[in-house]
Write a protein of this length. Structure first.
Length: 80
């Protein structure tokens, strides 16, 4: 899973250890999320987003949206 976590963390000038402490996980967990080796639980994803004052969708990208993100608030027509 791709994330914007490393960018957001750098903007705050936080280390992985600092972010880990803010959300209550080990530093290694933050590292594995940033490198795409681990997808966080929904609860952890919300905690991380909240720390940055963002929505989950602003931090984490769905796999199918990684290459082609859809515009926000787009309504999809039902397919029959």
């Amino acid at each position: 899973m791709k994330t914007r976590l490393r960018i957001l963390r750098a903007q705050k000038e936080w280390s992985q250890a600092e972010l880990a402490a803010y959300v209550g996980v080990a530093r290694g967990t933050i590292n594995t999320i940033e490198t795409g080796k681990y997808a966080p639980s929904l609860s952890l994803a919300f905690k991380i987003a909240r720390v940055f004052g963002k929505n989950v969708e602003e931090v984490f990208l769905y796999p199918e949206e990684q290459d082609h993100p859809r515009p926000r608030n787009q309504v999809f027509a039902q397919q029959e």
